[in-house]
Each structure stands twice: as structure tokens, then as C-alpha cells.
Design a protein around this ligand. Structure first.
Ligand code: PXL
Length: 270
């Protein structure tokens, strides 16, 4: 029997189950990893919007993580919503302590419904203190724009943003959502459209393509993708194969969406 791998998510709670730690835990389990978690913020939301949040203190977050690390050997860790400067510094200190390996940083900035999940100071601190510690960061296009300060309008923009993020200390970068360009070019329904992600590992870059599925059931796609990558790193897959496996997993989950709720349905994690 192979050893049970343990993964940790440090992220926000979406009580409606679509995003945040609930999506992460389901995803870790789907890959056979044992899921552990630390809550950074309790958000109030459903499929229609985010109505508020109570952020946890740095101490609250540390007190959740320390006992886990005293007891378990954690093989990989994912950060999602890290709402404040103090929580980010605490997480960076814990990572520097050396007991966390395979760190995936999902730079969660705002919800699909437009709620700011992190303030400007916190974003700066996320870049300065966590990017250099991450094995992979996973911004989508709007996040890559806010981090790089560029307006990304085409493929060239994606490469420029990746370079800026590498210069900011991120070793490996996955920029999600290249499909938005095909949309802008005015593709018709008859044309095949692809969801393209751009993976930059050290000095090489690859485009990872999947079918673009026209749907509003997308709540939790970012969290699930990063969690699936984290689970695969815990299973000792390399970054490139972890990203490929994770992308297929998310595409399947979008296909299996339960279509619940009045807004953006969660995806179907199995
Ligand atoms: O998808 C970004 C995200 C991450 N984490 C939490 C969220 C959201 C979006 O709503 O609520 C807790």
C-alpha cells in the first residue's frame, strides 16, 4: 500500500460550498489525498454574490496550522483567499519554517461577482512575501492584470505579464483563461473554442488547451484547479503533469456541474 498523502489548504470558507476550502477539500479527496484546512476568512455568499466576510487574525490562522504540522507530514499546500497583510506574513513565516513543501499560491483577488477578497496592501504583501516561496502561482487574467499592472489584450500580453510576475519573484506561473481572446476576436458559436492556460516553468512556456464549455456554472473553478494541482504535487507528480491532470479534472467538473442555485452554479467535483 502506498503512503497516505496529506494536503493542506489555507483559504476562505464559502459556506454555500462552491469555492474556497470546501471545493479544495472535495478536490483533495477526489485525488485520494487526506484533506486538512485552515480558514482565513468566513465569507457570506451564495451562487449569486458575496455579501461580506469576517477575516481571521494571523494568530487564529497560526493556531489552526501549528497543531496540524506538529502531528502530520504535509506533502503539499495551497493558499487561496488570504485577506490581510498580517495573515499573509504569518503564512509566509510558517512556510519559511521549512515544514511546508510544494506550495501553490492562488492569488485570489476578487470574486466573479465583483467582491474584493483582498485589499491593495495585502496584494503587495502577497507578491513580496509569498511569490518567492511558491512553487507555482495560478492567477487568472484579471488577477494577472492587477498584479502586473498591464491590460492583457492578447497572447503577447500574457507573456509580458508572466515576465513581470517572474521578475517579482514567482518561479513558475500558470496564467488561466486564454479563451477570453478567442471571444474578443468575435468567434461564432460554429467555431471551435478552447480554454487555454499558459504555463511558464523556469524558462519554458507551454499552452494547455481544453474544450471551452459555454456555461454559467463556473463557481469554484479557480479554487478547484489550484487544489487539484496541489493534490498532484502531493502525489509526487511534477508541476507540468500536475497542471495537465488538474485542467482535465476541472473541465470534467464543469461538464458535471449540478446546476443548483440561482446564480453561477458550483462545478461538480467527483
Ligand atoms: O474564487 C475565488 C474565491 C476564493 N475563495 C473564496 C471565495 C472565492 C470567490 O467567491 O469565496 C472563499
Amino acid at each position: 500500500m502506498s503512503e497516505q498523502k496529506i494536503a493542506l489548504t489555507i483559504a476562505g470558507l464559502d459556506p454555500s460550498g462552491g469555492a474556497g476550502i470546501i471545493a479544495d477539500i472535495k478536490t483533495f479527496s477526489a485525488f485520494g489525498c487526506f484533506a486538512t484546512s485552515a480558514v482565513t476568512s468566513i465569507t457570506f455568499q451564495n451562487t449569486q454574490g458575496v455579501y461580506g466576510a469576517v477575516h481571521q487574525t494571523a494568530e487564529d490562522v497560526r493556531k489552526q496550522i501549528e497543531p496540524i504540522l506538529h502531528d502530520y507530514r504535509v506533502s503539499a499546500v495551497k493558499t487561496g483567499m488570504l485577506p490581510t497583510d498580517e495573515v499573509i506574513s504569518e503564512v509566509a513565516d510558517i512556510v519559511k519554517g521549512g515544514r511546508l513543501r510544494n506550495l501553490v499560491v492562488d492569488p485570489v483577488v476578487r470574486s466573479t461577482s465583483g467582491f474584493d477578497l483582498i485589499d491593495d496592501d495585502a496584494l503587495r504583501s502577497l507578491i513580496d512575501s509569498l511569490f518567492p516561496l511558491a512553487d507555482l502561482i495560478t492567477p487568472n487574467i484579471p488577477e494577472a492584470e492587477r498584479i502586473s499592472g498591464l491590460k492583457i489584450e492578447n497572447e503577447e500580453g500574457v507573456y509580458q505579464a508572466a515576465k513581470i510576475m517572474r521578475d517579482l519573484g514567482a518561479r513558475n506561473v500558470l496564467i488561466k483563461g486564454g479563451h477570453s481572446f478567442e471571444k474578443e476576436k468575435g468567434a461564432t458559436a460554429a467555431e471551435p473554442r478552447y480554454a487555454r492556460d499558459f504555463l511558464f516553468i523556469e524558462d519554458s512556456s507551454t499552452i494547455i488547451t481544453a474544450d471551452f464549455i459555454e456555461t454559467t456554472a463556473t463557481h469554484g473553478t479557480g479554487c478547484t484547479l489550484a487544489a487539484a494541482i496541489t493534490a498532484n504535487l502531493a502525489l509526487e507528480n511534477d508541476i507540468a503533469s500536475s497542471v495537465r491532470i488538474a485542467k482535465e479534472f476541472v473541465t470534467e467538473a464543469i461538464r458535471n456541474a449540478p446546476h443548483i442555485g440561482k446564480g453561477h452554479s458550483p462545478i461538480g467535483i467527483k
